[in-house]
Design a protein around this ligand. Structure first.
Ligand SMILES: [Zn+2]
Length: 387
């Protein structure tokens, strides 16, 4: 009897060792997160010129660096990962249907998932950029028109949507349901445009609005500490999305993904734009590559591959009948990422200087300095007169 018990113990041990070896990692006690790589495809305005969407395919930047959609799809292909391309089909008004259709067919032919991205100003009202600035009836039509085009080009049902600049509201969700589009990804807690954030929906995990599933743009909270007086100075905290343009560097990309795995998020949306790999574009067509974003994307893809995180698309969810209901009602958690930054950056963050407001901050500081100098000079003058 004793002998049999020992034998079964050995067998259990061997099975356990084999399981650990075959998984390559024992980091998860449950399923690892699904990664959905989403790429918003659209023209982009740079400082002095606009980079047209149809030119973004085989773009090559200065120093012969490939920096367009071709580079993106090549990196995806190396890993065998499919991505979701949210296509701003409404640009057909400017470029004609053919180049936009060819782009859609190219993504689709390479095994990617092409879904709907709405920047309505391209085809409807130039003065209204955000989807939520349109009435419910208008939104139903905008989505219907976009869905019609994509379905005509690809012969596949449109399943998912993201509003341009996250500009969706409750009417957008109603308009999508009306159009039988039941996967949505416009909720982004760090954007004021995202009016769906105010609804009774989870902010960083899956939830439902009627029959529609909302996949929020995944975020993490970044805590930046100064390189000195640790413990005395509080870190500056900001909400960041998992965007190759938003990660400070490749280490942060990896760290943020690792934290999402540890926190057992069910879905991570890795965010890109079709122009993410370009830093500058000039009206003579000259472009400068954004090397940091290319490196961030490469490292993120390496992490996903190494940790065997399943990469899926909305089409996969539909085709493979992924049961989404088991990912509902989860705690609405946000991964926390702590980093050490330089003194100058810490101070900049602390007083809230960013690209959007630096001119105002510099102007206010200059006025303050000039005012102080004038006051001091006046005081000195008076003192001299009194003396
Ligand atoms: Zn967009």
């Amino acid at each position: 009897m004793k002998q049999i018990f020992k034998k079964s113990n050995y067998i259990t041990l061997i099975i356990l060792i084999l399981l650990i070896l075959s998984s390559g990692s024992i980091a998860y006690s449950s399923e690892p997160p699904f990664v959905i790589i989403t790429i918003d495809v659209e023209s982009r305005k740079f400082n002095d010129a606009s980079w047209p969407m149809p030119e973004q395919v085989n773009a090559v930047c200065m120093n012969n660096v490939p920096c367009g959609l071709g580079k993106m799809t090549e990196l995806l292909k190396e890993k065998g990962f499919p991505a979701v391309f949210f296509l701003n089909v409404y640009e057909y008004k400017k470029y004609g249907e053919k180049p936009i259709m060819e782009l859609a067919k190219w993504f689709d032919g390479a095994g990617h998932d092409v879904q709907l991205h709405t920047h309505p100003q391209w085809a409807y009202d130039k003065a209204r950029n955000l989807t939520h600035q349109y009435t419910l009836d208008e939104q139903i039509k905008i989505i219907k028109d976009g869905k019609y085009l994509l379905e005509k080009w690809l012969g596949k049902p449109v399943l998912a949507h993201r509003a341009g600049a996250y500009g969706a509201d409750e009417n957008t969700l109603k308009a999508l349901i009306e159009n039988d589009i039941l996967y949505e990804s416009s909720l982004f807690i760090a954007s004021e445009n995202s009016k769906v954030t105010a609804l009774d929906l989870r902010k960083n995990v899956l939830s439902m609005y009627g029959p529609l599933y909302e996949f929020p743009v995944t975020v993490y909270r970044k805590h930046e500490s100064p390189p000195f007086l640790e413990g005395l100075l509080k870190p500056v905290s900001r909400v960041r999305k998992y965007d190759v343009n938003w990660f400070a560097d490749a280490d942060e990309a990896e760290k943020a993904l690792q934290k999402a795995v540890e926190l057992k998020l069910d879905f991570i949306i890795l965010f890109l734009h079709s122009f993410s790999f370009v830093e500058e574009y000039h009206n003579d067509g000259a472009k400068k590559a954004r090397m940091s974003s290319i490196k961030n994307f490469e490292r993120a893809l390496d992490f996903i591959a190494k940790n065997k995180l399943p990469v899926i698309t909305f089409k996969d969810i539909k085709d493979k009948n992924v049961d989404l209901t088991k990912y509902l009602n989860k705690p609405d958690v946000i991964p926390e990422v702590s980093v050490r930054v330089g003194a100058a950056q810490y101070i900049r963050r602390l007083i809230g200087i960013n690209r959007g407001n630096y001119k105002v901050v510099v102007l206010s500081a200059s006025i303050l300095i000039i005012f102080s100098v004038v006051v001091i000079m006046q005081l000195r003058k008076r003192r001299r007169q009194n003396a």
